[in-house]
Write a protein that binds this ligand. Structure first.
Ligand code: HEC
Length: 137
């Protein structure tokens, strides 16, 4: 009796986790302390190696990305492991394409878009954080 009760609880829990993937509210990022970038979208990360950006990006990642891409950027398997993104400008550009536009296929939102919610400074801060935990391969 006790055992089946536990299994039931696990089933409910995983259903809740699955639902929460489709129901995310992207959060703005407080980027106070970072040099402002201006309106034009940059091709390359202006904050790479910047300790303040890494710290802000770490929090912003935890709030906005971890539920799909995994705690501390270690993927739990639902979305790509972002520690393996290319470390150079190509990786910067791919990162920006995805974070700005999200990932939508056939009307299904696999990842929400963050453009209009998070400013460019916040996006590059997350990229700086991910760069700091990058796995070279
Ligand atoms: C609701 C779940 C979800 C959230 C929240 C989410 N993502 Fe994603 N992300 C995905 C999925 C799923 C994919 C793979 C999309 C595909 O298959 O086209 C993806 C792909 C990506 C990619 C491309 C990875 C690659 O290897 O090609 C990047 C970069 C990325 N996400 C960054 C982020 C960042 C940064 C955040 C937080 C600001 C974020 N994502 C939030 C689900 C999510």
């Amino acid at each position: 009796m006790k055992k089946s009760h536990t299994l039931g609880a696990i089933a409910v829990l995983s259903a809740t986790l699955l639902l929460s993937h489709g129901n995310v509210t992207p959060q703005p990022v407080d980027t106070k302390g970072l040099a402002p970038i201006g309106k034009a979208w940059l091709d390359a990360n202006p904050y790479v190696g910047n300790a303040k950006a890494i710290e802000i990006g770490n929090h912003a990642y935890a709030e906005n990305c971890a539920r799909c891409h995994g705690l501390d950027a270690v993927s739990g398997g639902v979305a790509p492991d972002l520690r393996y993104l290319d470390g150079g400008t190509e990786g910067d550009q791919w990162f920006m394409e995805r974070i700005r536009g999200g990932a939508v296929r056939n009307g299904n939102v696999y990842m929400p878009k963050f453009e209009g919610i998070m400013n460019q400074e916040g996006m590059w801060a997350i990229r700086s954080y991910l760069h700091s935990v990058r796995v070279q391969y």
